[in-house]
Ligand binder design. Structure first.
Ligand SMILES: Nc1ncnc2c1ncn2[C@@H]1O[C@H](COP(=O)(O)OP(=O)(O)OP(=O)(O)O)[C@@H](O)[C@H]1O
Length: 981
């Protein structure tokens, strides 16, 4: 077996894909420092499974991926493939060629492993090379660092190479696995041991509980069989009795219902009779009252007849018809006079009352009007007061200029003696009504600017103000200010727009001499109806003019908007207008006040006069009322006298004709007949009532008998019901017991358990069984199942424990066997290497002695390896005491000795001979040549002596900066490459 080819791509400095062919013998790789030679041995180590980033000279595994150079971008994938010739089947793999590949992706740091292009695990690669001598601790890749660390390392650390040479690594690995397995087994054993002990503790008590439960269940079964039979027999007996009772009760109920119906009917008839009797009693009472009246009427009529007889006699003897007629005529005349008088007074009283009401109503109206006038006068007085104060304030502001700034006031006082100071602009113009806010906004601060005839006056006044610290003011000299206007085309456009009212200067009047000032301040300002119209006009005129609305809102030049509530009191124009308005209002109010006051006084006098007249009318009415009352009484008296005289006349006529007497006799006869009829009726009703009394008594006797029968039946029903309830309770209890205690229905119990039994005997047995069950005490029926589960688990665990003990014994046995093999192999190999070491040493050093020895011969499995050598002419010394070059040569001797004992198919030596002098390099190279028959050497070197012995030479270069390239070179080229100087 030998390494046939390495394919590198993206690995360290091998940015481009590089295939390096090898052949048996020695292949040298040469080149200047840093050109990527050692990256080849790193690549081989990497593919063979190296996991230590440090061994690969990096900080992270991704450091093996080409990181980029000046002209090349970094790679994302590193891939290296080793192709082995395996035609001798040295590797346990049935192919002539074995390709082992490793890849690493930068993006996710994911690795891939392949054998002959098939994906596999890292472990598969490690297993494949384990027995080939290419493993981790083998001598397949040796660097200069390895050589010096071999020489300088502790004896225990040196052991690894010897173990690899002795082939005990795999046993060591297996032993480690066995020890781990043993530990796991011990842990399991301990765990299972605990469980078994615990289960063992439970099994004993559970068995006792189980036995008791089984005994209990046997007794319970027996008890069930007997007691269920007792219950069945009692239930069926109770059912039979209940059926009989139910039939009896049904019959009794029918009788009861019929009796109750009978009683009900009789009671109804009784009530009916009583009602009739009551009604008869009432009728008789009423008839008796009528009878009493009839009797008394008869008696009255009889008395009247006697009286009439006497009166007739007397009248016929005493009264004369002529006298009576005369008296009646006189009385009629008097009565007529009185009626006339009375009617006259009543009419007068009514007229007076009407007049009185009219006066009262008109007086009421006057009072209402007076109260209203009073209210209006008071209101007007308060309004006049308010307006007077407001007028005073406005006069103070407008005429005394109290709101003006200090500076303006000063200038105005100067104006008195300087005719060139014309005045404040606001005072010099008067605004059309309704435009005050618009003009105030248009002028804004300019309202208080001082108008002068010329700029000299303005400048002198400013100087005066400054010198006297008398405030500030702005001046508008007539001589210098120029009128401003709105351009013709803009004016035409504006006029066509809705809401356009005119130019601000159109709405003020002023003296001609200040026209230049007014046109300067207002000539180019447009007035619009409202802010919306102002905004539209501003847009149409490209925002070149200030536009004010009647409310004082402003669209400024440029289109910005100013607006909101306006402080009316601050504007002198508004105040001026307000002063005018207040003065007019005040004048009107004072006029109205005077008119109303006058009206009030007139009305007040009128009311006083009418009140007097009213009082007199009321007195007259009261007097008339008394007169009418007297006349009314007089009239009533005369009327009654007249009627009495008329009655006497009629009576006299009736007596004379006998009409009165015969009328009375008729009445008396009618009354007697009526009285007798009543007496008859009362008698017949009394007889009827008597017959009802008899019927009622007979019914009462029958009812008493019926009720007695009903009570007897009810008693019988009750006692049967009590019996049935008791039986039902017993039946229910038994059924419940069957259900609760034995989990069965009555029907099921009959089907499964019923037998002929002696109930009394059975009850005795039940008692005995219950006593036995009670004696058992607490019984855990679940214990039977629990015991089964726990004992099965116990058996199971115990079996597992025994199996584990056996497994532990066999692992221990295997470890012991492995130890024996390792000791044997290690000591055999050690002895062989020891012999070879001496031989190789002598030939490389030209004489002397060398040996390796155990540091602990009693523990071959762990002993360290020490090296003692005696170069020619020197004393025996430990390897650590020699010079660098000597140490390297001793280590190389040992290395060759190992190779002689255990040849390996391939070995990469990375500058191992760097520290040797030329003579020693030559000896080293010769020795290498000797071995190259059995081992393929790939040698990274700078040394000419080594190069000379190589069969094939590769030169590593970096023609492109940072990217390694390999080319086959001749010896001379190789020497040049290694030492370009
Ligand atoms: N991941 C990487 N990407 C690119 N270049 C890398 C990467 N890792 C290492 N190198 C380059 O590899 C070079 C080192 O290579 P190497 O150690 O094999 O050189 P050498 O020829 O053995 O030198 P010497 O003779 O001094 O031992 C350095 O130039 C380093 O920059």
């Amino acid at each position: 077996m030998y390494l046939k080819r390495i394919e590198l791509h993206g690995f360290k400095s091998f940015a481009d894909k590089v295939n390096v062919e090898f052949q048996p013998g020695i292949t040298g790789i040469v080149g200047p420092n840093g050109c990527g030679k050692s990256n080849i041995s790193d690549a081989v180590r990497w593919v063979l499974g190296e996991q230590s980033v440090k061994s690969l000279r990096g900080a992270n595994m991704s450091d093996v991926i080409f990181a980029g150079s000046e002209d090349r971008r970094a790679q994302n994938l590193a891939e290296v493939t080793l192709v082995f010739d395996n035609s001798d089947r040295f590797m346990k793999y049935d192919y002539n060629e074995v390709e082992i590949t490793r890849r690493l992706y930068r993006q996710n740091n994911e690795a891939e492993y392949l054998i002959n292009k098939q994906q596999c695990r890292l472990k598969d690669i490690v297993d494949l090379i384990m027995d080939t001598g290419l493993g981790r601790d083998s001598l397949s890749i040796i660097s200069q660092g390895n050589i010096s660390s071999f020489a300088d390392s502790k004896p225990e650390e040196r052991r690894g190479i010897f173990e690899e040479a002795a082939g005990v690594s795999k046993y060591k690995k297996r032993k480690l696995e066995s020890i781990r397995k043993l530990e796991r087994t011990k842990e399991n054993l301990e765990r299972i041991g605990d469980i078994v002990a615990e289960l063992e503790k439970q099994v004993g008590p559970l068995k006792r509980q189980k036995d008791k439960a089984e005994k209990y269940l046997a007794l319970k079964d027996k008890l069930t069989a007997i007691e269920v039979n007792v219950l069945i027999s009692e239930i069926s007996e109770a059912k039979k009795t209940l059926d009989g009772l139910s039939k009896t009760m049904k019959d009794l109920n029918e009788q009861q219902v019929s009796l109750e119906t009978d009683i009900q009917l009789k009671e109804n008839s009784n009530d009916e009779i009583k009602k009739k009797m009551f009604s008869l009693d009432q009728q008789v009472n009423a008839l008796q009252t009528k009878l009493l009246e009839a009797v008394s009427n008869v008696s009255k009529l009889e008395t009247a007849k006697v009286e009439v007889d006497q009166k007739r006699k007397h009248a016929l003897e005493t009264l004369s018809k002529e006298n009576l007629q005369e008296n009646i005529a006189n009385m009629k005349a008097i009565l007529s006079d009185i009626v006339n008088e009375y009617n006259d007074r009543v009419e007068r009283l009514e007229n007076t009352e009407k007049e009185l009401n009219e006066v009262i109503e008109s007086q009421g109206n006057r009072n209402k009007r007076l109260a209203k006038l009073k209210e209006e006068i008071e209101y007007l007085a308060s309004e006049i007061n308010k307006n007077k104060s407001r007028k005073e304030i406005l006069i103070d502001a407008v005429e005394n200029k109290s709101n003006y700034h200090h500076g303006i006031k000063t200038v105005l006082s100067l104006a008195k003696s300087n005719k060139n100071i014309i005045g404040v602009l606001g005072d010099l113009i008067s605004t059309k009504e309704g435009y005050e806010l618009a003009i105030s906004s248009a002028l804004a601060g300019a309202l208080e600017f001082i108008v002068t005839t010329d700029d000299l006056t303005a400048r002198e006044t400013i100087k005066f103000l400054r010198d006297n610290k008398a405030g500030r003011a702005t001046f508008l000299p007539v001589s210098t200010m120029k009128p401003r206007d709105v351009r013709e085309e803009h004016l035409m456009v504006s006029k066509t727009m809705e809401g356009y009212l005119g130019l601000a200067s159109d709405f003020v009047s002023y003296d001609d001499k200040i026209s230049s000032i007014v046109l300067n301040q207002l000539g180019n300002i447009i007035v619009a109806q409202n802010i919306d119209a102002a905004n539209e006009i501003s847009k149409a005129t490209f925002s070149r003019y200030k536009i004010v609305s009647l409310d004082g809102d402003v669209v400024n030049v440029g289109g910005s908007l100013t607006g909101g509530s306006f402080n009316r009191r601050k504007s002198s124009l508004v105040q001026k207008r307000e002063l005018e308005e207040v003065a007019i209002t005040l004048e009107n109010q004072e006029k109205e006040y005077a008119i109303k006051r006058n009206e009030y006084n007139v009305l007040d006098n009128e009311i006083k006069e009418v009140s007097h007249a009213l009082l007199q009318k009321q007195m007259a009415y009261a007097k008339l009322e008394v007169v009418v009352q007297g006349k009314r009484e007089e009239l009533i008296k005369a009327k009654s006298e007249y009627e009495s005289l008329s009655d006497q006349n009629i009576e006299l006529e009736d007596f004379a004709s006998g009409k009165t007497e015969s009328k009375l006799i008729n009445q008396l006869n009618e009354a007697i007949k009526y009285r007798d009829n009543l007496t008859e009726e009362i008698k017949s009703k009394r007889e009827l009532r008597m017959s009802y009394v008899n019927q009622n008594e007979a019914l009462d006797v029958e009812l008493r008998e019926c009720r007695k029968d009903l009570k007897d039946i009810q008693n019988e029903v009750n006692s049967s019901a009590i019996k049935a309830t008791k039986l039902e309770t017993m039946l229910n209890n038994h059924l419940t017991r069957l259900n609760d205690e034995y989990r069965m229905t009555y029907e099921y119990a009959v089907e499964q358990y019923q037998e002929e039994i002696d109930v009394e005997q059975a009850k005795l047995e039940v008692y005995e069984l219950r006593t036995k069950i009670t004696r058992l005490g607490n019984v855990n029926v679940d214990a039977i199942e629990e015991y089964k589960t726990v004992s099965e688990r116990f058996e199971n665990m115990n079996r597992q424990r025994i199996d584990l003990i056996q497994a532990q014994d066999s692992i221990l046995e295997a470890i012991r066997e492995m130890d024996e093999i390792m000791v044997e192999r290690f000591s055999n190999t050690f002895e062989k290497i020891n012999l070879e070491f001496n031989t190789v040493f002598r030939s490389l050093f030209g004489g002397g002695k060398a040996k390796i020895k155990y540091t602990d011969p009693t523990n071959i499995l762990e002993t360290g390896i020490d090296i003692d050598v005696q170069p020619p002419g020197k004393a025996v010394q430990n390897i650590t005491l020699f010079s660098g070059g000597e140490k390297a040569l001793i280590a190389i001797s040992c290395l060759f000795a190992i190779l002689r004992v255990r040849p390996i198919p391939m070995c990469i030596l990375d500058e191992v001979e760097a520290a040797l002098d030329i003579a020693n390099v030559e000896r080293f190279a010769k020795y290498l040549k000797e071995f190259s028959g059995t081992t393929q050497f790939i040698v990274v070197t700078h040394r000419e002596g080594t190069m000379e012995e190589c069969d094939l030479l590769y030169g590593a270069t970096m023609q492109q900066k940072g990217v390694t390239k390999l080319v086959s070179v001749k010896l001379e080229e190789a020497i040049d490459l290694s030492d370009p100087s």
